[in-house]
Every structure is written in structure tokens, then in C-alpha cells.
Design a protein around this ligand. Sequence first.
Ligand code: UD1
Length: 434
Amino acid sequence: MSRYIINGGKTLNGKVKISGAKNSALKIMAASILGSGKVTLENVPDIEDVNTMVQVLQTLNAAVEFDREKNILEIDPCAIDVCEAPYELVRRMRASVLVAGPLLSRFGRVKVAVPGGCNIGARQIDLHLKGFEALGALNSIEHGYVISSVDKNTGGDGQRLSGATINLDFPSRGATENLMMAAVLAKGDTIINNAARETEITDLAGFLVSMGADIYGAGTDCIKIRGKKELAGTKYRIMPDSIEAGTFITAAALCGGSIEIADAIWKNLEIFCLKIKEAGIDISSASDNTIKVKKTAKKLKPVYISTLPYPGFPTDLQPVIAVLLSVIPGISIITENVFENRFMYVEELNRMGANIKIDGHHAVINGVEKLSGAPVKAFDLRAGAAMVLAGLVADGTTEVYDIYHIKRGYEKFEKKLASLGADINLVNDEYKHV
Ligand code: UD1
């Protein structure tokens, strides 16, 4: 059982480089299924979720090689002949369901384990399935698996999906991505209305276009796709991870010093950076995609935050910024609008001395003077990162348990923090869950 041991109160200084975006890499890896040649991906983060997606692709019989030192991943999809994402892998990582769109599009059939709930909410895939149906697939649920196959009678030609207009009830990121990948090899044109606008979706579209796909409007709420008969292999560089950038910005705001964060794109994180600024933190960006956070003598102010799909405030940074707000005097309020169960970490933060009350999907944060170190656990990936940040600013020693959640999405997290001056150590021993 590994855990982090953090001795808080150290000032952070220096420069840190952000890794490739997890939520872009996973989808682009899934999209490589669509090509008829080898795909080379650069800037792929060496994290557990990427390892899981490698396993998903290997289960399908794709050939995959990952150079972890160079962050280069090669995928040869030519030998894929299995169209099933097994429960064991979907259970471990929900994003495994993102192979459904590409498999359905290329082979006309797919079988994917239905993901259950997770620590942040129910997270259904009904919008993905409704979209597949609109594209001519028939869905059935049997023994915990969704089976989708192209239906000749509803417009498909026995193998290919057929383009359609899809109106998403909610701008789900996963559904937009799955349907975009399903539509690129469909017969005819597809329009996705009320599409998610996240920058990772633009990155996925950029990758698909580099394979030869016709996609217009990615990054807006209306994406138009003209289906192609075949897509080629390609070489592509994954964009930097905005959530990792936001995590380091918050670490700097809590414990800086003066920190330069390289490969941090301000416009992808604008609303978050503006909230950090509104709280009184000295944050600025340079044209070379560097964000600088400096110590300020100013008194910090509480802020109100409401999470929303992009370009709104990212739900993934909600637990992270809550740590900062918990030590800013006054009342801050966070409203969580994307997931119904994303305040699980609050109890742990309160055990460290924070004063946060939950009322439905609102968190009322009464800023305290300081947090005090304690043993805490990571409830999920971002909540885990939040616990580490709390440990960095707290008095005394904090032990963060269940850090396998953090390993899913942050590359060399403790090493990057230690390089800035944090006192954080990874310990592997027999300690049990708290
Ligand atoms: C992605 C991100 C996750 C981020 C989230 C919201 C990845 C791997 N994960 O998750 O880090 O927190 O976007 O920005 O990219 N919903 C339905 N039916 C559906 C699909 C979604 O009801 O068919 C609901 C979900 O339960 C949730 C909301 O819509 O409440 C948002 O989900 P979605 O945008 O799909 O998030 P994910 O793609 O799962």
C-alpha cells in the first residue's frame, strides 16, 4: 500500500513542466483504432490511466509500444479483431468505454461492459447509446454488457453506420467524443448539436483530421462530420494537461514563492486563472505558454465558483481550488453543477481543520487561518490531488492514503512537487486503508 508523507509549510519556488493531457491522450489512443496504419503519439503522459488504455487496446489485439522515458506511444491497429472492452478494464477506468465509438464505426459491432457508478456520481452512458442508435446501431444490454451493432433496417448498410443529426440533451464530453469517433467512418454527414466544447475535443478532432477525417466546428457546440471510407495512420502530439496546470497553479498560490509553470495554456484555463486572480493571487501568462504565480503581499479574498462544462469552471479543479479557499478568510461558495457527488473530500479536509459545510450541491467554505496535518485518504483522482495540496500548506505531517487514484492522472507528481521544494515522500509499505 503506498502513501505520501508530506511535511507541510515549505515555500515552493522554481519551474515545473506540465505533461500531456490525460483526457486527450486516452481518447486519441481509442481513436487510433479507426486508422488503417500505425499511429505515433508524442507527449503521452506516463500515468496509470494510459497504462489501462494500453491494456484495453492490447485486449483488442492492437500492437502497442510505450517509450515511457520519451513519452512516445506507438499503436498499430491493423491486427485488431476483437470488439470487446471487458468489465475488468472498464471497472478500473470508465474512459475504456471510449473504444465503443471507434470499434462500432470500423467493425460495425462492439460489446462494452456497462460502467457502474463511481466516487463522483452515477455517470451513465445513455447519451452515448442514444447517439449510436441515431447513427443506425441497435443497442441491447445483456449480462452487464452493452452490445451495439449496425442495423441494416435502420439505415446502415450492414457494416457502416449512417450519418445523422444528433441533439445531445447535455453537452457530455464522453458522448461527444464517442459519437465524433463513430461518425468519422459513417456513410454521409453527421451533425452533433449541443456538443461539448472542451479543448481536449478540439485536440481529438485535430488528431482525426490528421488521419484524413472531415470535421468542422470542434470546440463549438455544433460539430459537423462528413464520413470517410477509410482513415490513415498518423503522427500527433498530445496537448498539455490543463487540470495538471491548474493543480500546480493552486500549489503555487498556496505555498509560493515564485513559480513558473511551463506548457500551461492560459486560454484553455481562462476562467480558472481569472478566479485565482480574483482571489488576489499574482498570476500572469507569457506568450510561450508559461504561467507565472508570485507571492503577493495583498490580502486574499474569498470567491464564488460554479462548475459548468467548458468554457465554464472545470469540475475537475473544484476540489483543488477548495483547498485554497479553505485558507482564505471569509466565506467562499462552490456550486457543483456537473457531478452529484463531488464533495466527498470535504470530510477529509475538515479533519485537517477546514470549515466547510455542504448543502446539496453547494459547499460553503468559511476560511480558516491554517490547516493541520493529519492522515487522510484520496477519494478519487482530483480529490487525492487536493489532499496533497492541503498537506503542503498544513502545519505538521500529512499522510495521504489510497494514492493509486492520484497515480491514475498525475505524472511524477511527488517528484515535480519535490523539485519545487516540497517535502513529500512516496512510501510503499503494509499500512492499511484509514
Ligand atoms: C470527462 C472527464 C472528467 C470530467 C468530466 C466533466 C475524461 C476521461 N473524463 O468525463 O475528468 O470531470 O468530463 O468535465 O475525459 N452524463 C449522463 N449520460 C451520459 C453521459 C454523461 O447523464 O451518457 C452525465 C454524467 O453522469 C455527468 C455529466 O453528464 O453528470 C458529465 O459527464 P461527461 O461530460 O460525459 O463526463 P465524462 O466524459 O464522463
